[in-house]
Design a binder for this molecule. Sequence first.
Ligand code: 6PG
Length: 505
Amino acid sequence: ALCDIGFIGLGVMGKNLVLNLADNGYRIACFDLDKDKIDAIIAQDREEHGQGTPRVVPCRSYTELLSKLKAPHLIILSVPAGEPVDHVCHLLIDAGINADDIVVDTGNSLWTDSVEREANYKGKFIFFSTAVSGGEVGARFGPSLMPSGDPYAWTRIEPVMQAIAAKVDPQTGLPIESHVPGKPVTEGEPCATYIGPVGSGHYVKMVHNGIEYADMQLICEAYQIMRDGLAMSPADIAATFRRWNDGKLNSYLMEISAEVLEQTDAQTGKPLVDVILDKAGQKGTGLWTAVSALQVGSPAQTIAQAVFARSISSLKSERVKAATLLTGPAKQAVSDSEREDAINQLEDALYCSKICAYAQGFQLMAMASKEQGWSLDFAEIAKIWRAGCIIRAVFLQSITQAYENDDKLENLLLDPFFARQIAQLQQHWRQAIARATMLGIPCAAMSSALNYYDSYRADVLPASLLQGQRDYFGAHTYERVDQPAGKKFHTEWSQPGRPEVKIKR
Ligand code: 6PG
């Protein structure tokens, strides 16, 4: 019998997406340049599925792949973002793909590439994109999916995407999980919703990753404050994270952070976290989010700080040298009761910072949505992030509710629930940051979040002085508080462009 779906790219994500599709009753024709990967998935399918009709069919060429599919063809790509996507698309054209066939890109593609691709491949096939979050386990047992593009294509793809997506209990907002091969979850709300026109899904996934960067960095800063400022061991910190994970900070990232800290290195017997080199890698999605925030003019400083924190971490040899040359405050002893207070403050600081990081991400999406005319639905986006994806957290249910209560909400900070939370917890937030600052422990993301909050709630900012400076040296003009918006004013300064000030060194 012919296959339902063609699948190209059997890396970790691709292989697991294929097995997930197979568990949900689809027959898949597979191709990968690496023959070993094809053999591996056939073997795994046989092992999991037994000797019945194979659910996964190997193909040796794109022509063979197309010949094994029901028409019109549906082909899913899981290849590295960038040039490889176009390479595969051209090979599919050479192999005779048709105008009403659909090609779905699931990589971490740059959203503008998706926009160009839809236009470039028009008439040759329908290019559709579905961003995927959830890592390898998500791909296997239910990821969060952010599809966007041609609405007609979506009507054909929707049942497939909803079948393989993570599921949420609509009552509690909590994930319904099964990690048993062959037994997919069939009840609950699927974490797959049509995001909008082409590009929008990958934009939303990009911002998801920007938030992921911020979330991860905030947890790392809490770790360093406990480690260096409160003299706690990785095991103590793991236990604290586990406790936090039972409360308002419950999230997948909190859980895995505890697990990483509990891990011992088999070779040295040390905590693994002390053996892992402190140089953070990155593949670009956090950077793209920060760049987009700068371009759109949407303040997303905590996300940007998280990217910069990875950059400064990668200057390892410079930091090692600087550590011997630059001074900071002396270490201070901490009593048990001080430590306990500081841990409580830190928990609230982390939570408030997290609210700001999400507020920045949603504000960025809102500004991009307006600019691009996407009409993004933020309650729906928060809903599909409740399960399957890397930033899944109890907290996403509160965000869903915030946007369900008010779909025009300008900023998450203005939602009554979140505003109340910060009002109650901000003293601790400020104390935690003050303590870290006095001890010389970096907490760039956490303090940028507080700065975001304090700037956002300020009815007057010193931008008035800044406008005066601009008008002074460049006659850039300014608006007045007592005149209609848009009306420009200029002052005849005493020495425009030639101040009398002497610069001394
Ligand atoms: C996800 C992850 C996933 C991947 C990122 C991480 O949502 O499943 O975000 O997309 O792990 O690419 O990227 P960095 O290598 O930049 O941390």
